[in-house]
Design a binder for this molecule. Sequence first.
Ligand code: P6P
Length: 323
Amino acid sequence: MRVQKGIDLSRFILEEERRYPLASGTLSRILISIENATKIISSHIRKAGLVDVLGKVGRINVQGEEVQKLDELANNWLVEHLASTGDFFAVASEEMEKAFFPANGSDGKYVISLDPLDGSSNVDVNISVGTIFSIHKRISDDDASFLQEGRKQVAAGYVIYGSSTMLVYSTGNGVNGFTLDPAVGSFILSHPNIKLPERGKIYAFNESNYKRWSNGIRRYVDTVKEKGYTLRYVASMIADVHRTLLKGGIFAYPADNVNKNGKIRILYEANPLGFLIEQAGGIASNGNSSILDVKPESLHQRTPIFMGSKADMEELLAILKEG
Ligand code: P6P
């Protein structure tokens, strides 16, 4: 679809829907409900230091992590907004141990997996965080619909609350980025048809884990350091992947002798962000195969993850193959 900068997200979504005469408009309505919920989150994050939304709730979530106040608020705003559409049979979230089945969602055609506020521990120190979403078609009357391969996502995207608030998403026809204009409260197309550079001289690995990595990972990092690559690591996946989408290079969270299955969750981190990376011409892998071909076995399953520029990823995967 030919797109021009400056159109707002709502019009872009509706124009994209027009390409599918059989479209019922449900997916468009869902994307607009995500847009509205994330505007509320953005507004609260922008003034977090002034209102009582910083700090911890004093509870540990299903991940074994301290729940931040904004985690809980972001989850509640999103789930309430999405449940009210009646379009979701079920909602899964990093913040909820089990899937939620909205009362008015019994005829819902979709299920959605959410990371309401990825990297939330960074909010207190004003580092970028984000909301990540992944949408699949409903194929069952239970939570098995969430356990589909990432390649079957009908839409995936994120909102990054950074120096500006941006929504980046794909329905399988490329990746487009929209910047929130706070003056008018609309997301405006600012980054049409995002394509990853073929190579980027940036590696985003938490190198403090070096001693815990396999020999292959260490060999790759040693290689890129020799080639003069720059290390950039925010410890907020959304920020690291957003930069990778625009500047190239690789974001990775490998398995190590502490996180034996990796740290990143398949359903609401690796799959949606991997979908965008592959839609933008990059590669997203668990080290052995495309992450989008992995069939998850549980809602909060973790995975080793490597995603980024095609040339860099091919070199990494070749080194990992050597063992
Ligand atoms: P580490 C945030 O908690 C997160 O899930 C990702 O956003 C981020 O990439 C990763 O963990 C950071 O983990 O162990 O490097 O601090």
